[in-house]
Design a protein around this ligand. Structure first.
Ligand code: UDP
Length: 501
């Protein structure tokens, strides 16, 4: 080992195989993590599903020609639309993906590992870095006798909640219910139920959506998450969270008592920004849709902090009614806005842009722009962006926090309600919009955050504080650098799997 946690150039190179879940919000952070480790001297194989790899190539990423960094693919087990099909550029159904990857991916992944180990000129695989919901990667690592590490592009709090779900179910606290079949106890905080260490503002209603209501899909996801969580706890040599110690210190401390060694490293995109332009993969992107760069020029033409940026990520699909409520709420707010509406982002619409009526475009001419996909990190860093209306995907929130942008939260599914609660009640950088979205509320909240009122100003101050913390973590001697050094030294540079006696 060299000082600074670099892979020792004199020894056999360590080979890490990175296995993200095949969805945008998982591929992006895993790729960044892989690039950071490549920069530290590790040989990297990055494993996409065939479907996503085709999408990446179509989004015009050049994925070849990086010494020591290669892409490989495995089938996802779904009958994916082929190139040329209209649907080939859409997010796959998450439940089907969870089902299929957990049942069908282990065998092809093991074959890939075996091929890698017999490839001339490629160092033998020494570790599998497996996404939080691709735990078959940990099983594969165990089978071939190398270390397995769990990479979680989520908050530590979300993992903590997942680890508690079975206990809550046994206590009858979930699925949530009241006499009307509604969510009676939902306002009670988890801390009431003998859960030391969980942040005190988290309520039952903030638990992941699959835990709240009982139906066929949620029952499947609960059982799937249970397996994934257990495997991380029992098979991983380490767990990496894309979070900051300064954001989740208490939760991380509580988790460290029940987990394999944990490593909070964030924000990954700020760590990537620090890499040299030459000789690194710094500019390698993983967006599955082609980015519309015209929105950056449009932002250039607007005043500082004057634009509301609206984006619900890569999975959320909204109804036509919700689309209209957001549209007219934004129109009535009289603020500038940049709105990303994915081509597969509105229920029943093949082309979402056509789902917005001409009157809306007329009404908002000159102050609003709608595109299908944007370079989000650059949009959030842009000086004209003043607030982010978000679905609270964790990557989006981490990118917003790093840019000091306050959030208007409209959580949709999975851990997003939890993330929303942390932003609004713990960190004070968010304000929530009710799930039954209504144009008057959108107008009111957007004005509140943008118009210089007391609440909006408070959020902006807190958002700037969090930005400073994020910058501190990636600054000289900052926690993320130190923890990455430790991870490299204690886990990735050790050839044998860490014993869990
Ligand atoms: N993203 C982007 N452009 C867009 C929308 C999203 O670059 O127009 C990126 C965003 O920066 C983030 C990821 O896609 O890194 C979305 O992940 P997140 O966890 O926020 O939400 P998900 O898509 O998983 O719901």
């Amino acid at each position: 080992m060299e000082a600074g946690g670099r892979c020792d150039a004199g020894k056999q190179q360590q080979h890490l195989v990175c296995l993200p879940f095949p969805a945008q919000g998982h591929v992006n952070p895993m790729l960044k993590f892989a690039i950071l480790l490549h920069h530290r001297g590790f040989h990297i194989t990055f494993v996409n599903t065939e479907y996503n790899h085709r999408r990446l190539l179509r989004a015009r990423h050049s994925l070849h020609g990086f010494p020591g960094f290669q892409f490989k693919t495995i089938p996802d087990g779904l009958s994916s639309p082929q190139d040329g099909d209209e649907e080939a550029n859409c997010t796959q159904d998450v439940r089907s993906l969870c089902d299929s990857t957990s049942k069908h991916c282990l065998a092809p992944f093991l074959r890939l590992l075996s091929d890698l180990n017999s490839s001339p000129g490629v160092p033998p695989v020494t570790c599998v870095v497996s996404d939080n919901i691709m735990s078959f990667g940990l099983v594969a690592a165990e089978e071939i006798g190398v270390a397995g590490v769990s990479f979680r592009p989520t908050t530590a709090c979300s993992f903590f909640c997942n680890a508690l779900l079975q206990r809550f179910r046994q206590k009858g606290l979930i699925p949530l219910k009241d006499s009307n079949g509604g969510i009676g106890d939902s306002d009670r905080v988890l801390a009431d139920f003998d859960v030391p260490g969980i942040s005190t503002s988290i309520r039952l209603r903030d638990l992941p959506t699959y835990a709240r209501i009982s139906n066929e899909v949620n029952t499947f996801i609960m059982s799937f998450i249970n397996t994934e969580t257990k495997r991380a706890l029992t098979k991983a040599s380490a767990i990496i969270f894309h979070t900051l110690d300064s954001l989740e210190h208490d939760t991380l401390e509580s988790l460290s008592a029940m987990c394999p060694p944990i490593y909070p490293i964030a924000p990954l995109h700020l760590l990537i920004d620090q890499l040299p332009d030459h000789g690194s993969l710094k500019f390698l992107g993983a967006n599955l849709w082609k980015e519309d760069l015209s929105c950056l020029q449009w932002l250039d033409s607007k005043a500082p902090s004057s634009v509301v940026y609206v984006n619900f990520g890569s999975v959320t699909v909204i109804t036509q009614r919700q689309l209209m409520e957001f549209a007219w709420g934004l129109a009535k707010s009289e603020q500038n806005f940049l709105w990303v509406v994915r081509s597969d982002g509105v229920m029943g619409e093949e082309s979402s842009n056509s789902a917005l009526p001409g009157e809306f475009y007329e009404e908002t001419k000159g102050r609003g722009i709608v595109v299908r996909w944007c370079p989000q990190e650059r949009v959030l860093k842009h000086r004209s962006t003043g607030a982010f209306l978000t679905h609270c995907g964790w990557n989006s929130m981490m990118e917003s926090i790093s840019s000091g942008v306050p959030m208007i939260c409209w959580p949709f599914f999975a851990d997003q309600h939890l993330n929303c609660r942390l932003a609004c009640a713990e960190w004070g950088v968010g304000v929530e919009i009710e799930s039954e979205v209504d144009r008057d509320e959108v107008e009111k909240v957007v004005r509140e955050v943008m118009d210089g009122g007391e609440k909006g100003e408070e959020m902006k101050v807190k958002a700037r504080e969090l930005k400073r913390k994020a910058e501190e973590a990636v600054g000289l001697g900052g926690s993320s650098h130190l923890i990455l050094d430790q991870l490299v030294k204690n886990v990735f540079s050790v050839l044998e799997p860490v014993s869990k006696a």
